[in-house]
Each structure stands twice: as structure tokens, then as C-alpha cells.
Design a protein around this ligand. Structure first.
Ligand code: ASP
Length: 354
């Protein structure tokens, strides 16, 4: 038995008289997929009111996690119908909040509503239900199903507002491919999970995500940090580089030292991992007390900060340690990274005499 949780999003939207899309009720939505009865038994719940996903946030993630925990033993799996715009945040949040999860929690949505003549909603819904009821161990975590692939939720990014193939997981292979049959590629195992489900009940939303850009002023960063925030995700250049702009690193270091701000560095690039020891420009961050976020997506890193800051059982040092540790499969541990070719040492122009 699968429990469908409807939160809104394009998948269930209908057109208003003025042409804009707004969420419809789940009863309407499910009448468009009567075949679901052949896939598995199911029932449903609506997170009221159904919304565009830009209006879902940390309180809703907590409500979803509480709902899943309360009904965990009643179902074989959960399928969450969700708007695509913020799906990756919700997926990452659920992965952290539901520790020890051993059942599928699959988020899906659509680029076109299920009532449209040509749509991706029907396929996404039916395949997500099939995967959730498959009993396969590789789906027993928080995933995002979209356009024939099941991706690890905390590794996913939305890559298109046009294509049906709207999500990708650039640093981790898909959990499953859906074609004529369902294929499960071999993937690295999840880190150790407790045997029972542990629900975490708090998130601290006083965090910020900042993409560095050439010419960014140190005052801008200082104003953001002084907001004040308790956690900062820095989207750095390349493998973890920051410009030497006077005052930039200093204001980060001050917030870390004086008021225990938790800061993590990730890369702006879609693929690859930060290596704060690779260049002098990255070491500055290390020296300031910024933690390496490896190959985490900005979304996973931001939500992980909220999660770790929300845990009252952790010391400041614990939080720093856990931030760079692989907790739910959200980052590749350094030992498993494929080494990048190191720049060969350059000793000047070739000697014309040799
Ligand atoms: N704005 C919509 C949402 O995120 C987009 C979608 O569902 O695709 O709710």
C-alpha cells in the first residue's frame, strides 16, 4: 500500500479563466490516472492548501517528515506530488530529517499538468508509484522520479524549465532507470543507517546561500553575515577558490570566531568537488574556519546547515565535523573521489640549447 501526499505543483494544476495555472484538488488529479489501480493499492493525503512549491518551506518540510513518521508502519512507501521549482530542497530536507529511513519516499511532479493532452505528469506519477511499490532495496531512501530516472533526492538539481528531462544528479548515478523494464545500476552504498526511523523535529532557517562573483564587494558579504545569520553556504569558484578582496575572508573568519557561524564551501560548478587545499585561494577559506562541502549541491548544503544548526544535541565542533561528513549519501567522501589530475610543475620556458 502506497501513501500519496499531494502538496500542489504543476502536476495537479488547472487553468484559470485568465490563463494562469493554479493548483486543483487531488481528486481531480487522480481521475486522470485510473490505471494506478493496476499498479498498487494506495490512498492519499493533501498538505493543505495545495501550493506552488515556491510557497513551501522549512515548516512544511517538518510537517511532511512528521506525517511520514506518524504513518511509517502503515505503508510500504510514500509518493509526494510536488512542484518542480523547490522539489530538490524538500527532498534534501526529508533525507536529513528522516534518519534510518528504510522505505521509499519518492517525490515527483511534472512540467505539464496531468489534464493537458500531451503531458509528462501521467508517466511520472505511474512510474513513481511502481518504483515505490517495487520493494527493491535501492529505492528505500528519499528520491526524485522524473522522466524515466529515479535520482537520489539530496543529489538532484533542476536543470530545465522546458524539457521533460528536468532534473539531473551530476555527481551521483541514478538509483534506477525506467524503460521497458526497471534497471538498478550498481551504486556506492549509503552510509550506515540506524535500524529504526528517527525523526528530527527542528530546522534553523537563519542561513544564507551566496554565490561569489568577480568584483563582489566585501561590504556586501559583511552586510549579509551581519543579518545576522547562523550558517553560510559559499558557492566558490572552481575547486574552492575565493578572491583576495580585502575584508572578504576577514568578515567570514570574524563571524566564525566571534559568534560560531557555521560556514561551508561548495563549488559553483555542476560537477566535481571542492578541494580547499588545492590552491592558495582555497586555503584562505580553510584558515578562516570554513568547512569543505565536497561535491554537495547548493540545495543539500543549505538544508544540511539548517538541519545541523537545528540539532540541540550537537556541539559546535560536532556540527563542523558532520557538515563535511557523508550523512545521507549527499556527498562523496574524499577517499572515494576520483583524483583530479594535478597541474604538473612548470619550470620556465624550454632551454633553446637542449
Ligand atoms: N511553479 C511550479 C511549482 O514549483 C512549477 C512546477 O511544478 O513545475 O510548483
Amino acid at each position: 500500500m502506497i501513501h500519496i501526499i499531494y502538496t500542489g505543483g504543476t502536476i495537479g494544476m488547472v487553468q484559470r479563466d485568465d490563463g494562469a495555472l493554479e493548483p486543483a484538488g487531488i481528486d481531480d488529479l487522480l481521475t486522470y490516472a485510473p490505471e494506478l489501480a493496476q499498479v498498487t493499492a494506495w490512498d492519499y493525503f493533501t498538505l493543505e492548501p495545495p501550493r506552488d512549491s515556491v510557497d513551501l518551506g522549512p515548516d512544511d518540510w517538518l510537517a511532511l517528515a512528521r506525517h511520514i513518521e506518524a504513518h511509517y508502519h502503515d505503508y510500504d512507501g510514500f509518493v509526494i506530488l510536488h512542484g518542480t521549482d523547490t522539489m530538490v530542497y524538500t527532498a534534501a530536507a526529508l533525507s536529513f530529517l528522516l534518519e534510518g529511513l528504510r522505505k521509499p519516499v519518492i517525490l515527483t511532479g511534472a512540467q505539464l499538468p496531468i489534464g493537458a493532452v500531451r503531458n509528462d505528469a501521467r508517466n511520472n506519477l505511474i512510474a513513481a508509484m511502481e518504483l515505490a511499490s517495487s520493494g527493491h532495496p535501492q529505492v528505500a531512501e528519499v528520491g526524485i522520479y522524473f522522466n524515466d530516472r529515479l535520482l537520489r533526492g539530496n543529489r538532484a538539481v533542476k536543470t530545465s524549465i522546458f524539457a521533460f528531462d528536468a532534473f539531473d544528479s551530476p555527481n551521483f548515478p541514478p538509483l534506477a532507470h525506467v524503460g521497458v523494464s526497471i534497471r538498478y545500476p550498481v551504486i556506492p552504498p549509503l552510509p550506515h543507517r540506524p535500524d529504526r526511523l528517527i525523526l528530527h523535529r527542528a530546522l534553523t532557517p537563519q542561513v544564507a546561500l551566496l554565490k561569489l562573483f568577480p568584483g563582489m564587494s566585501a561590504r556586501l558579504l559583511a552586510a549579509l553575515i551581519d543579518a545576522p545569520i547562523q550558517g553560510l553556504v559559499l558557492e566558490t569558484f572552481g575547486s574552492g577558490n575565493v578572491p583576495a578582496t580585502p575584508g572578504l575572508i576577514e568578515s567570514i573568519a570574524r563571524a566564525i570566531d566571534d559568534r560560531g557561524m557555521l560556514a561551508v564551501a561548495i563549488t559553483q560548478q555542476l560537477q566535481g568537488s571542492v578541494r580547499l587545499d588545492a590552491y592558495a585561494a582555497g586555503r584562505r577559506l580553510c584558515d578562516a574556519g570554513v568547512v569543505s562541502g565536497g561535491d554537495m549541491t547548493p540545495y543539500a548544503a543549505l538544508v544540511k546547515l539548517m538541519f545541523l544548526l537545528g540539532r540541540q544535541d550537537l556541539s559546535r565542533e560536532d556540527r563542523r565535523t558532520l557538515l563535511s561528513r557523508n550523512l545521507r549519501g549527499e556527498l562523496t567522501p574524499p577517499a572515494e573521489l576520483i583524483p583530479e589530475p594535478r597541474p604538473t610543475s612548470f619550470s620556465g620556458p624550454p632551454d633553446p640549447k637542449s
